[in-house]
Ligand binder design. Structure first.
Ligand code: CA
Length: 225
């Protein structure tokens, strides 16, 4: 799961990145409206954490932009403003949740996970696709009720596929989803290939349904069959 953190207080931004990365999120940061706008135009995020008071303006404009160009991205506002009016305004703009600063990182993490579950997995505690079952809290994956141990990247890849069933995902978008900004193009495309290969092997049950299909010259598709 890839998230964008729009927060100008560097120490706070860093501590969110540290905590949420350990929880398995790929985190990218923006420290101003300008930076956030640029990222939103270039990349897709599963969720965004947005501070309202940014040096170059009001965070609500980031939220409006996100709603306009990436409606599926979940949004959590984090703000020092306590005013109820701000909270209402934020929720009206289309944010999903609101946390008043100071907040605890475990609280943010819990809200983020519940938001992503609501938005991308129909509110279920487990993500179930045929014989594949994923528990996003424990990060456990079961195939035909037997636990399958995935590496962190394989796990992220599986979740990316499960939220995009039957869609063609380009190799570039997969690389970007797995590594965020730190993509070194040639190397990472090779690594995508090897993660796909391993994931295929690990998902192959007795019936070997072959969910992951290569789309020649483009990328991959997780088929509902
Ligand atoms: Ca701020």
């Amino acid at each position: 799961m890839k998230i964008l953190i729009v927060e100008d207080e560097e120490a706070l931004s860093e501590s969110m990145v540290q905590y949420l990365s350990r929880e398995g999120f790929v985190c990218e940061t923006a420290y101003s409206l300008d930076q956030a706008a640029e990222k939103i135009e270039l990349y897709l995020y599963d969720a965004a954490i947005v501070d309202l008071a940014l040096p170059d303006g009001d965070g609500l404009s980031v939220i409006r932009k996100l709603k306009h160009i990436a409606a599926a991205t979940g949004i959590i506002i984090v703000s020092a403003r306590k005013a109820l009016e701000d909270k209402i305004r934020g929720l009206e703009t289309g944010s999903d949740d609101y946390l008043t600063k100071p907040f605890s990182l475990p609280e943010l993490n819990a809200r983020l996970k519940s938001l992503i579950r609501r938005r991308h997995f129909g509110g279920n505690n487990e993500i179930i696709f045929r014989e594949i079952r994923v528990n996003p809290y424990s990060r456990q994956v079961f195939v035909s009720n037997r636990e399958t141990h995935l590496s962190r990247k394989e796990y992220d890849l599986l979740l990316y596929f499960l939220s995009n069933i039957d869609a063609v995902l380009t190799k570039e978008s997969i690389a970007e989803h797995l590594w965020g900004d730190y993509v070194d193009s040639a190397d990472s495309l090779d690594m995508v290939y090897s993660h796909i290969k391993n994931l295929r092997k690990k998902l192959a049950g007795p019936s070997d349904a072959g969910y992951i299909q290569s789309v020649y010259g483009i990328g991959y598709k997780f088929r509902s069959l």
